[in-house]
Design a protein around this ligand. Structure first.
Ligand SMILES: C[S@@+](CC[C@H](N)C(=O)[O-])C[C@H]1O[C@@H](n2cnc3c(N)ncnc32)[C@H](O)[C@@H]1O
Length: 282
């Protein structure tokens, strides 16, 4: 018999990570009393267009990422129930995973797209969602968050946009707070280059992004921020949004006034391919 006092957090906390991905994808049902409290998934087409995968595959990536964020956070910061901002939240795929680790009142998602903001609010009415402007500030007090996640967001922002948001993250984080961001690996440029030469296969849509791949690879190896603009949606314009690949040495050199680069993790997931970058506020 199920416990009438059990919360979503209790239930998720007792699952394996794989079961948790299945639960969010709707493949594993919670006890009847919790069904209405579980976040809902958006239509499959919306999942595919925003994160390139759907259902349990999309959620496995999010669960692997957030589980590793919490493992890193717990080793670096004593706060037990962190206040979390998921920046560039999309449909709240990452934000919802934190329901396992912290109260729902501590979870906020923010996105520049009105559609993302409205969708997330409808799918998860008990979490807080905000729409932010293209540039800072966020409508959040200084020091009001302990964790900021940005999954597959800095893999798109231009150099000036990324740098402005890094400054803003430093303002919004509490002392010792941690930003967990991702970028694309060097391998992405290599795969795109190969694709541009053959022009077929799984990476076809990326083949034409950079005009000169040898130049892009040389810039990456020289520690430069590699960026190419793209127009993907009405509110995502090429002046700040495109394809970005940020080398480790760029972060060490340019963001070290605000953050200590604590880790650069490539092995946190069998499905997620973007390196997880752990930045602790100084
Ligand atoms: C590839 S999606 C990833 C969504 C989500 N993080 C996930 O992994 O499911 C990138 C997201 O970043 C958002 N975004 C891009 N630029 C942004 C900005 N300046 N401020 C807030 N969100 C932004 C986009 O609207 C989009 O929802």
């Amino acid at each position: 018999m199920s416990d009438p006092n059990q919360t979503v957090r209790d239930w998720l906390g007792a699952l394996t990570l794989e079961q948790m991905a299945e639960a969010f994808a709707g493949d594993l049902l919670p006890p009847p009393g919790l069904v209405d409290q579980m976040p809902k998934m958006p239509p499959e087409a919306w999942q595919l267009v925003t994160v390139g995968k759907s259902g349990v595959r999309a959620m496995r990536e999010a669960v692997d990422f957030t589980a590793r964020c919490m493992q890193e956070f717990n080793s670096l910061n004593p706060i037990q129930t962190p206040r979390v901002l998921d920046f560039g939240t999309g449909w709240g795929r990452i934000a919802r995973c934190f329901l396992r680790w912290t109260p729902e009142t501590h979870i906020t998602g923010s996105d520049v797209r009105s559609e993302s903001f409205q969708t997330s609010r409808e799918l998860m009415p008990t979490l807080t969602f905000m729409k932010n402007d293209v540039s800072p500030p966020l409508d959040l007090a200084s020091g009001s968050m302990d964790i900021i996640t940005a999954y597959s967001v800095f893999s798109h922002l231009s150099e000036s946009s990324a740098s402005r948001w890094i400054e803003e993250f430093a303002r919004v984080l509490s002392p010792g707070g941690i930003a967990f961001i991702t970028t694309r690996p060097r391998l992405h440029l290599e795969a795109c280059k190969e694709e541009a030469e053959k022009n077929k296969g799984a990476m076809k849509q990326y083949a034409k992004i950079f005009e000169d791949y040898d130049k892009a690879l040389a810039a990456y190896d020289n520690g430069e921020f590699v960026y190419s603009p793209l127009e993907t949606a009405e509110e995502l314009t090429g002046d700040f949004y495109g394809e970005a690949i940020v080398p480790r040495s760029f972060i060490e050199k340019n963001w070290s006034a605000q953050f200590v680069l604590q880790d650069w993790i490539t092995t946190y997931s069998k499905v997620a391919i973007q390196p997880l970058i752990v930045l602790q506020k100084r």
